[in-house]
Each structure stands twice: as structure tokens, then as C-alpha cells.
Design a protein around this ligand. Structure first.
Ligand SMILES: *Cc1c(COP(=O)(O)O)cnc(C)c1O
Ligand code: SF4
Length: 351
């Protein structure tokens, strides 16, 4: 019999996840042939913690994790890999796009599968976790001296159990030219119990190590999630957030201002606001760039500069991330700039 959620450890919670069309019908009253086809094509996992948020009434969490027939609509975004990650992959599971840093995909699993995932084509593919793949990645990093930073991503790197995770971190940390390590995860918000004291202490040994967390909606900052962030921050691990701009989840200034304020209060520094990538089966999450720009404009002046993430698009073809900014400069002459401020008042600035 399943343990009550309050006592189960994180692995038990994962094993109790909702992951079939039958579970969906039973637990959330979502069913139908289309849903079945979506689940056949893209993995489904909603762990008991996330399920509780959905049952508690969070429409934003629901939209991120409950399969949607819209995923089957032909959308003109037939490319499963628009960012050409496969091409920039010198060894499987490792993406080397920028000279000084690599993305090292060490896990194909996640605590929940996001319907908007940009690596939808890959997650839940256990091949990305084979020890050979990981060794080949470590070997590549060792012989590539331009790599100063290793970003563990996936999937979710914190799906790996502590001993294997620490072994990877140790192997990477031993490489002389690697100066910092970063971990990309959704765990503090989507399975806070994963952030155990043991994990936290273990990670703190790899200082300087940064943890960037995906948080998309204020509903995700529950007391447990805030405590999980607090454990990491309390161990001296700098935390950043990466938020994906998603239609029907957070595509308005009010939600974003609330999210960024809550993140700052949880000691998580907003880092990126990602414009959604043109990935297959995610068209229903797309929003115009103007929406993102309007949100950034609303954040400026309504929250500390520390709480304003950089709004970025990731270029198709593997061109990398490019920041987008509202146009504050209205006019420019040889003598002065005409700009507007956060209250939309015009000012002149002498040059
Ligand atoms: C986003 C990304 C990085 C990290 O970029 P930062 O701007 O340093 O956060 C590294 N490699 C790839 C392939 C990426 O997509
Ligand atoms: S946690 Fe990240 S890798 Fe996993 S499904 Fe969500 S967006 Fe994709």
C-alpha cells in the first residue's frame, strides 16, 4: 500500500506519480481518445505533490502538466529541435554552443513533465542517462580547456540519486579548467521534498555551485517550496530563477510582478524570462513578443531592479540567447537622448 504523502520520501512520491491515461481519468477526470494519443506521444508525469496543487485549484499548474489535445494540432512548428541542439552536440548528451560553457544533459527524467518543455522530444528517454554517455561527456569537458562552466541539465539533474549525482559533480569538479558548476532544476518548486538536508550539504561542497530553478507561477511558491529554496540558500548556494513565458499561465504583468516578488522573498534572484521556443506541440503556449516586452516594462518600476529578469529569445539554428528590451529611447540627436521612464514620462538626457 502506498505510504501517506506526508511520510513518503521523494523517490516514493515519484513512484506514486500519475502517468497513464487511466490515472488521468481516475484522478483528474480528464479522458478521451485525443488525450490518449497525446500521452502516447509525449510523456506524462504528475507527482503527488504537483497533483495536490492541481486538485487545490491551481489552473496555472494544471495547464503546465495536464496533457492537452492542442498538443496534437498541426501547428507549423513541426521541428522538434528548432535550436539545433543535436548539431551542437560534440558527444551525445552534451551541447557546446558558447565557447566557455556547456550544457551537460545528465538525466532524461523529471519530477513532472511540462507540456511546454523545449526538450519534449527527449525527456523520459533513458538513454541520456547511461553511464557511458556521462563518461563521454566528462571526457569531452576534460579535453576541452575553453570550458569554464558546466551546466547540469536534462531532464532534471536532481532526479539522479545523491551518490551518483555527487560522483558526477566530483568528476566535473576535478577538472582544472572548470571554474563553476550550475544546476538547472524544477525540483524546489515541483517536488520540494527532494531538497533534503543531505542533498543540500552535499551540493554545498561543490562551491562555487549555482542552482537555477524553473518557476512559472506564484502558485508554485508554496510554503514547502519556499522552505526548499531556503535550505539551499541557507547552505550558501546562490539561487536564480528561469521563468518561461506561457500563454494562459503567466502572460500578464500582474502575475509576473507577483511571481518576481515572491521569488525575491524566497531568496531566488530572477535571472531569465524565456520567450517560449517554437517547439513542436507547444503552439498553444506561444505568445507575441509584445506581451513579453509589456511585462518587462511593467516590472521595471514596480519591483526592485533585482527582481527584473532578462527577457530572452533563443535563436533557431543554434544562434544562442538574445535579450529583448522595451524601447526606452524615443529620439536621439547629437546633443541629447529623449527617453521615457517607468511612468511613461518623457525626459531629455544630455549627451
Ligand atoms: C541557455 C544555454 C546556456 C546557458 O546560457 P546562459 O546565458 O549562461 O544562462 C548554455 N548552453 C546552451 C546550449 C544554452 O541553451
Ligand atoms: S522540468 Fe525541464 S526538462 Fe523536465 S519536462 Fe519540465 S521543462 Fe522539460
Amino acid at each position: 500500500m502506498a505510504l501517506p504523502q506526508s511520510r513518503a520520501c521523494w523517490q516514493q512520491l515519484i513512484s506514486q506519480s500519475l502517468c497513464t491515461p487511466e490515472d488521468l481519468a481516475l484522478q483528474l477526470n480528464v479522458s478521451g481518445p485525443e488525450i490518449r494519443r497525446v500521452v502516447d506521444k509525449y510523456p506524462l508525469r504528475i507527482n503527488p505533490y504537483a497533483l495536490e496543487l492541481i486538485r487545490g485549484g491551481s489552473a496555472a499548474v494544471r495547464r503546465q502538466f495536464v496533457p492537452d489535445p492542442a498538443e496534437l494540432q498541426p501547428d507549423g512548428l513541426s521541428d522538434p529541435d528548432p535550436l539545433c541542439e543535436a548539431v551542437q552536440s560534440p558527444v551525445p548528451g552534451l551541447i557546446h554552443r558558447y565557447p566557455d560553457r556547456v550544457l551537460f544533459l545528465v538525466s532524461g527524467q523529471c519530477a513532472v513533465y511540462c507540456r511546454h518543455c523545449m526538450r519534449k522530444r527527449q525527456v523520459a528517454d533513458s538513454e541520456t542517462v547511461s553511464p557511458d554517455t556521462i563518461n563521454a561527456g566528462i571526457d569531452y569537458i576534460s579535453r576541452t580547456s575553453s570550458v569554464r562552466e558546466v551546466i547540469l541539465s536534462g531532464g532534471d539533474p536532481l532526479m539522479i540519486d545523491d551518490s551518483r549525482l555527487f560522483a558526477i559533480l566530483e568528476a566535473v569538479g576535478r577538472i582544472n579548467h572548470v571554474e563553476i558548476i550550475r544546476i538547472h532544476t524544477r525540483m524546489p518548486g515541483m517536488l520540494p521534498r527532494r531538497i533534503t538536508p543531505e542533498l543540500t550539504r552535499g551540493l554545498a561542497r561543490f562551491n562555487p555551485l549555482y542552482v537555477n530553478i524553473q518557476f512559472n507561477h506564484p502558485d508554485e511558491l508554496t510554503r514547502e517550496a519556499i522552505e526548499a529554496c531556503g535550505r539551499l540558500a541557507g547552505a550558501g548556494i546562490p539561487l536564480g530563477s528561469q521563468t518561461v513565458l506561457l500563454a494562459g499561465v503567466n502572460d500578464n504583468p500582474t502575475t509576473m510582478i507577483c511571481l518576481m516578488r515572491k521569488l525575491l522573498a524566497a531568496r531566488v534572484r530572477p535571472y531569465y524570462l524565456h520567450h517560449p521556443d517554437p517547439v513542436e506541440a507547444t503552439a498553444h503556449f506561444r505568445v507575441p513578443v509584445e506581451t513579453g516586452l509589456a511585462i518587462v516594462e511593467a516590472l521595471r518600476g514596480n519591483i526592485a531592479g533585482m527582481g527584473v529578469p532578462q527577457y530572452v529569445i533563443d535563436l533557431p539554428g543554434g544562434g544562442g540567447k538574445v535579450p529583448l528590451q522595451p524601447q526606452y529611447v524615443i529620439q536621439r540627436s547629437d546633443q541629447e537622448l529623449t527617453v521615457y521612464n517607468f511612468e511613461k514620462k518623457r525626459y531629455k538626457y544630455p549627451l
